[in-house]
Write a protein that binds this ligand. Structure first.
Ligand SMILES: Cc1ncc(COP(=O)(O)O)c(C=O)c1O
Length: 416
């Protein structure tokens, strides 16, 4: 018998809680107690004891010689650009389909964000669009590895080498992902990670920049530490105007404990995502984005499916998402809106120096980013995949239920 859709008053498919995030236990308690008792809580002297330990583990995790912890994943992007010495006022090309931090970090580094459209294949920055956006003022490119896709690192690496540009990978979503035999973050000149609460690896807040260049590492160490040139971090010429962007010992200690948990968590996500993907094979109306064969471990931050209204009786994506949410399935469509023309990337000239440059951001349009953001993308958060197969079966059950009765959503849409 057909079950009435929950959004129309029927029983929901799923009432049980989803796996909690973040996960913690004795190792995190011990880490916090260790910092508490040490009386050494802050980031100074920099890098401090826990920060050093965390940096060493994180560098190993990414296969890079250096990792520099900092306050968060917006600051880490800014630091990467500043460590590279990109000229003030130069242009940095990035995607509009991202969190505001990607763009505000560019502004904070004294540069001008230039947006280029995404590819509808993977929803990441399109290398061809970047080629068209590059000019004599361009100094860097920041592709964002989005959801469960890695940007085309082969193209971006060769493009940046050819054009003499700095490549910063925004890996806020991509902890543990791999392109061929290299970790995300290690192919760019810099890899920038966020440890914000929802991320695959979290310390509540926090960021890390990885690099393979010893002088850039020294500049990063100085930038996070108010421009000081400490012993071991003093070989680069001149001085930089730094910030207090140090990671606290609390964050670093939690980050180390979470890094220990990461492999098992990621394996669990990988298994559940593989099961979800196999079960969705041939499911009309919702499907995974194709995985680039060069990606040997994809990011699993948010599983983004592509929606096709034709298989759902023409219902708008957001009506289907509302119906899935009513069935107890966490997912959303508006995880990101394109940063322009309207979003958190506010064009307030007092707080946004890029808005004072004369660039007409307000009239820019990015059709692919708009299509992904407003019509196609359905985002499922990673904790959904941290439980067992019965969780995924609930998601599948809800998807089938909603699709089978999608025509009823048309009435719901009209009355909403
Ligand atoms: C793609 C992307 N870039 C940058 C950031 C900024 O990280 P944070 O929130 O740690 O500043 C985030 C985090 O939300 C993000 O998702």
């Amino acid at each position: 018998m057909t079950q009435t859709l929950a959004i129309l008053g029927g029983a929901r498919v799923r009432s049980a809680a989803w796996p909690a995030w973040p996960q913690h236990g004795e190792p995190e308690r011990a880490a916090l107690a260790r910092v508490l008792e040490s009386g050494n809580w802050g980031g100074f002297p920099s890098p401090n004891t826990e920060a050093r330990r965390f940096a060493a583990s994180f560098a190993q995790f990414c296969g890079t010689p250096f990792a520099v912890p900092c306050a968060n994943g917006t600051v880490s992007l800014t630091l990467a650009l500043q460590a590279a010495g990109v000229p003030a006022g130069s242009e940095v090309v990035t995607t509009p389909y991202t969190f505001v931090g990607t763009a505000s970090a560019i502004v904070a580094a004294g540069c001008v964000p230039v947006f280029a459209d995404i590819s509808l294949r993977d929803y990441c920055l399109d290398p061809d669009a970047v080629e068209s956006a590059i000019n004599a003022r361009t100094s860097a490119v920041i592709p964002v590895h989005l959801g469960c896709s890695l940007a085309d690192l082969e193209r971006f690496r060769s493009l940046c080498d050819r054009r003499g540009l700095i490549l910063v990978e925004d890996c806020a979503h991509a902890h543990g992902a791999r392109f061929g035999d290299r970790a995300a973050g290690s192919i760019g000149d810099f890899g920038s990670f966020s440890l914000q609460s929802t991320k695959l690896l979290t310390a509540g807040e926090g960021g890390v920049v990885v690099t393979s260049d010893p002088l850039w590492e020294q500049r990063l160490q100085s930038l996070v530490n108010c421009g000081r040139k400490e012993i071991g971090y003093a070989e680069f010429p001149g001085q930089v105007l730094g910030h207090n962007a140090r990671m606290t010992e609390w964050q670093a200690a939690i980050g180390s404990a979470q890094l220990q948990r990461f492999p098992a968590q990621q394996e669990r996500r990988r298994e559940n995502v593989a099961y979800f993907e196999a079960s969705l094979e041939g499911f009309a109306g919702l499907g995974f984005l194709p995985v680039d064969p060069r990606v040997s471990a994809r990011p699993l931050y948010q599983i983004i499916l592509r929606y096709d209204a034709d298989a759902f009786a023409g219902a708008a994506r957001d009506a289907v998402i509302a119906a899935l949410n009513a069935e107890g399935i966490p997912c959303c469509g508006d995880f990101y809106e394109p940063l322009v023309p309207r979003s958190l990337f506010a064009l307030d000239p007092n707080t946004n120096a890029a808005a004072r440059t004369g660039v007409d951001y307000a009239s820019q349009r990015f059709p692919n980013a708009e299509r992904a953001a407003f019509q196609e993308a359905v985002w499922f958060p990673h904790p959904v995949f941290l439980g067992d197969r019965s969780d995924i079966d609930d998601v599948l059950k809800a998807l089938r239920k909603v699709r089978d009765q999608a025509s009823r959503l048309l009435d719901w849409e009209r009355s909403a």
